[in-house]
Design a protein around this ligand. Structure first.
Ligand SMILES: *Cc1c(COP(=O)(O)O)cnc(C)c1O
Length: 248
């Protein structure tokens, strides 16, 4: 007898199905954005951003085939790692980091998308050497005029890439940005277009050891514009997991 058919779905199943349906809708919107600009949907990946969501929510996404998860605080990664030890998760750090967190990144993270200064690169290199590890990194560039947005100033990008090209422990794979938070679509689009242009300029330098194939840009509220402007990876939290609760 097939017991699955006789079991009433428990709450977890219903919640997982709802998550799966939200992801299907996101994938559909990604494909439509690709179609508008003649891109192949396989060029754009979806990075679930699990910050503030608990291990149960992450388990649901794991059961739907996800393995890489974006988090912006190393403390949160440290808390979640033991709870999810059986899941083979790759943590992707996407938040602004204090230099003293380099040790945690070297220990816990698979990838860092928010590398924005030499001091941090040096600290990471030291810590990664001690761990005997290397990680993929994206350089975060500030393309928005907002004070609150982190990242390297665009004019500093090429010199910075040259400076970090010698670090064997940091495998530079591309660039990351956060667009301006604005109702004005053209202002948002300009941020994404600027990152792509900066990438194209930096590529001309052909800096040894630096790959710039990846552009991480686009979040729940603006990923379609990002894809139209060349994003290869969108970082999506609330559209997958629901509204965030920062009270805890
Ligand atoms: C939180 C966060 C995201 C995801 O934001 P949503 O609006 O929930 O999709 C993406 N990128 C960074 C850097 C973030 O901090």
């Amino acid at each position: 007898m097939n017991t699955e058919l006789t079991q009433t779905p428990n709450l977890n199943d219903a919640v997982t199905i709802a998550m799966s349906e939200r992801i299907v809708r996101i994938k559909d919107r990604m494909a439509q954005a690709c179609a508008r600009v003649g891109r192949d949907p396989s060029e754009v990946t979806l990075l679930p951003v699990s910050k503030t969501f608990d291990d149960q929510a992450i388990r649901r996404a794991v059961s739907l085939g996800y393995k890489r998860f974006g988090e912006n605080r190393t403390q949160e990664i440290a808390q979640k790692t033991p709870l999810l030890a059986d899941c083979d998760i790759q943590w992707v750090v996407i938040g602004q980091l204090q230099t003293n967190k380099a040790k945690d990144v070297a220990r816990l993270a698979h990838e860092l998308q928010s590398l924005d200064r030499l001091e941090l690169a040096e600290a990471l290199d030291r810590r990664l050497q001690l761990e005997g590890r290397a990680i993929d990194v994206l350089v975060q560039v500030k393309t928005s005029p907002e004070e609150t947005k982190a990242g390297l100033e665009p004019t500093g990008l090429i010199p910075f890439l040259k400076q970090i090209s010698g670090f064997q422990t940091l495998r530079v794979k591309g660039l990351m940005t956060m667009a301006i938070l604005s109702e004005d679509e053209s202002a948002v689009r300009r941020c994404f277009a600027q990152l792509r242009q900066l990438r194209d300029q930096a590529r001309q330098e052909a800096i040894s050891g630096i790959e710039l194939d990846r552009l991480s840009m686009g979040m729940s509220g603006d990923f379609e514009l990002a894809i139209e402007e060349g994003s290869t990876e969108i970082r999506v939290g609330s559209a997958i997991f629901g509204a965030r609760d920062y009270s805890a």
